[in-house]
Design a protein. Structure first.
Ligand code: CMP
Length: 139
């Protein structure tokens, strides 16, 4: 099977709580390799643009404030079946529903401050990786 790409962010709650190292270790132990990584503090405009797909959702404004409330770590990952396998590795969006041993089960605080983001499709993985890293931009 060919390797594919997914994109993740370690979110402000996890960075502030010093979970960055543990989460990266968990991801590497799950068989992913890092293609690009960046520590960055998003502006509200950048966070709003990244999550524009959710602009009509009731949680959008809170999500934008939260994602610009502290630094994040943006990471492009590679593995066979990367998108689906990474979503299994992180667990459900709501940490209360995340399987034991998943990253969100271990490190997330709430449905909003849920420790990590994971792309939901190959197409979105490319778009999201391109948002942070010019080498992944598709013209
Ligand atoms: P993420 O996988 O980054 O994609 C959208 C984010 O919106 C999600 O993780 C959560 O951080 C946030 N969010 C806040 N409230 C909700 C909700 N009720 N349903 C889904 N996502 C939510």
């Amino acid at each position: 099977m060919n390797k594919t790409t997914t994109f993740t962010m370690i979110k402000p709650d996890a960075v502030i709580n010093n979970y960055t190292g543990k989460i990266i270790d968990h991801v590497l132990n799950a068989g992913f390799s890092i293609q690009a990584m960046k520590y960055i503090w998003l502006t509200a405009e950048q966070a709003g643009s990244f999550y524009a797909v959710h602009a009509a959702r009731p949680f959008y404004n809170d999500l934008v404030s939260y994602m610009s409330s502290g630094p994040i770590v943006a990471i492009v990952l590679e593995k066979e079946n990367a998108v689906e396998d990474f979503r299994k590795t992180i667990g459900a969006t709501d940490p209360q529903k995340a399987e034991p041993g998943t990253i969100r089960n271990l490190y997330a605080k709430s449905i909003e401050a849920n420790a990590v983001h994971g792309s939901d499709s190959d197409e979105n993985a490319q778009i999201e990786a391109g948002f942070f890293f010019s080498q992944f931009e598709r013209f």
